[in-house]
Ligand binder design. Structure first.
Ligand code: GDP
Ligand code: MN
Length: 351
């Protein structure tokens, strides 16, 4: 499949850039970027690319989130890069801070284990807060309750393809819940007990499991069979959540909300380093119809050190068909499992 030319999805309902952008009726969508004041340069560079490759034709609004107050300088410099509305939101501390019920001795023990296993950011409380926030709470921020779809943008990411259709309307018109570009394996130590916790939740809530779940992707580990021993069976495959185009109503639904609350109560965002990527991915794979999950094959994207680089004449700046600049990272790619077990022929032929 990598040798085929990848253009845009072959559906008849792509919505093209409008002639008069002021008259355009957008989907109910916003960009979302959680970012620190110190990442001003990184967010501007990502924003410039998104605007140039996509948003200058559509003017979707931007929402910037921060656990601290954004500085005046940050706000002024960011707004200059788009004609669209920008919103700068401070996250209420109850949605960000470590909950009071976290046992600090257990937390210390957990961090010690993770450091020993060389798990990145093990010791950074703000990183644990971030993972918990993006797993569970971001879509309940008052300002975001106004929106259904979002596209998550991280500082210093790159966008290589000119996108000549409205991706949010693509989601809406084709009934997609979640769009991704990259699928990876995770460090199994960071999600040591996540699968067991998930099984325990499911035992009490079997009726939440979708009739068409993406189970094989969660269970079959083609590349890293040693993972399953550490995680009690979870392959660690996940959608890399620094790129997401998705429907927040899925995360606001009863099954996902209860699932997140259950996980939050288990404490694994602090006793381990459960990431928002595996948590979103498990939720989607279990509670959503897998046909509603869309691989945006056509969108060239990079977050160091991985990329999705389609064989597309409109894609410039990355090596076509490759996954990372570092050959030794190729075994981190879980996309082959997704393609093999979870994609229908129809989806494979969509491009
Ligand atoms: P990595 O991609 O896993 O290496 O983690 P990042 O450092 O890129 O963090 C993921 C996202 O969360 C990025 O958009 C960061 O800007 C943001 N982020 C991480 N920690 C914090 C924090 O403490 N405060 C704020 N405001 N944003 C954060
Ligand atoms: Mn990042």
């Amino acid at each position: 499949y990598l040798n085929n030319e990848i253009l845009e999805p072959k559906v008849s309902n792509l919505v093209r850039p409008p002639d008069e952008i002021d008259q355009y009726e957008r989907a109910n969508a916003t960009f979302i970027s959680l970012v620190r004041n110190s990442e001003l340069q990184g967010i501007i560079s990502a924003m410039k690319e998104v605007e140039k490759k996509f948003n200058k034709n559509f003017n979707y609004p931007w929402t910037f989130l921060n656990d601290r107050e954004f500085t005046k300088k940050f706000i002024e410099k960011v707004q200059k890069n788009t004609n669209a509305e920008c919103h700068f939101i401070r996250i209420p501390s109850h949605l960000w801070d470590k909950p009071f019920n976290i046992d600090s001795n257990r937390e210390k023990e957990g961090i010690k284990y993770l450091i020993n296993e060389n798990i990145q950011y093990a010791n950074k409380i703000s990183y644990h807060n971030m993972c918990r926030f993006y797993s569970g709470n971001f879509y309940n921020i008052d300002h975001l309750k106004n929106f259904k779809y979002y596209w998550r943008i991280e500082p210093s990411t790159s966008y290589f393809t000119k996108i000549n259709y409205d991706v949010f309307k693509f989601m809406e018109l084709n009934k997609k819940t979640y769009g991704f570009t990259i699928s990876l394996y995770d460090s199994p130590q960071s999600v040591h007990t996540l699968w067991n916790a998930t099984i325990n939740f499911l035992k009490q809530n079997l009726h939440y499991i979708n009739k068409n779940p993406a189970l094989d992707w969660l269970l079959y580990d083609l590349q890293n069979p040693h993972h399953n021993a550490i995680t009690s069976g979870y392959s660690t495959c996940h959608f890399w959540s620094n790129f997401e185009i998705a429907d927040m109503d899925f995360f606001r639904s009863k099954p996902y909300t209860e699932y997140f609350n259950y996980l939050d109560n288990e404490g694994g965002f602090y006793y381990e380093r459960w990431g928002d990527a595996p948590v979103h991915s498990l939720g989607l794979a279990l509670f959503e119809d897998k046909s509603k999950i869309h691989w945006f094959r056509d969108i060239g994207y990079k977050h160091f050190p991985y990329f999705n680089c389609p064989n597309n004449p409109d894609c410039e700046g990355c090596e076509k068909g490759s996954f990372s600049e570092y050959a030794n990272l190729n075994d981190q790619n879980c996309l082959p499992t997704w393609i093999k077990y979870e994609m229908t022929d129809e989806q494979l032929n969509l491009y």
